[in-house]
Write a protein that binds this ligand. Sequence first.
Ligand SMILES: CC(C)(COP(=O)(O)OP(=O)(O)OC[C@H]1O[C@@H](n2cnc3c(N)ncnc32)[C@H](O)[C@@H]1OP(=O)(O)O)[C@@H](O)C(=O)NCCC(=O)NCCS
Length: 150
Amino acid sequence: MIEIELAQASDRPAIEALLEASGLPTDGFELALGTAVVAREEGRIVGCAAVEPYGSVGLLRSACVAPPFRGLGLGSRLVDRAEAVAAARGVAELFLLTETAAAWFARRGYEPGAREAAPAALLGSPEFTGACPVSAALFRMRLVRAAPVA
Ligand SMILES: CC(C)(COP(=O)(O)OP(=O)(O)OC[C@H]1O[C@@H](n2cnc3c(N)ncnc32)[C@H](O)[C@@H]1OP(=O)(O)O)[C@@H](O)C(=O)NCCC(=O)NCCS
């Protein structure tokens, strides 16, 4: 059985290893560790998603599922949970940069936008300043605040 739960600080090495294995950046991941969620199967991390919060806006990042577990709805569950955690902490709008999963995020309701239109706080984040190439597409979505989850 796969459980989705908030990440612990001690999970960081395993999360970063998962991101690296999938070719995703780890730069600045510590900024998102406090809101990160993980999928665990028998104690092993097989997926993650996180939000770097910048006041009322956030950068959704590090959505990743280990290859054997893809296509089972796990990525959707992880992003749902990361969105809920961010909303409960006061984030009203999420932005993300992706080179690999634009269609996946569009199916989730994210809308494409111009990278330059991102809030100033995000433009200074590690993903914007270096980890994600200029070719990465920007998506955004407003969050509806639900009951607190964490
Ligand atoms: C993107 C990712 C998190 C999706 O996780 P997942 O658990 O496979 O997703 P789900 O099971 O919730 O969704 C599966 C559906 O999305 C589609 N899908 C999966 N990855 C996709 C992608 N990169 N682009 C477009 N569609 C994708 C599948 O074909 C499937 O479609 P179907 O429902 O019509 O069969 C996972 O593929 C992954 O870790 N990819 C590598 C890392 C990455 O690119 N992350 C995004 C960083 S911004």
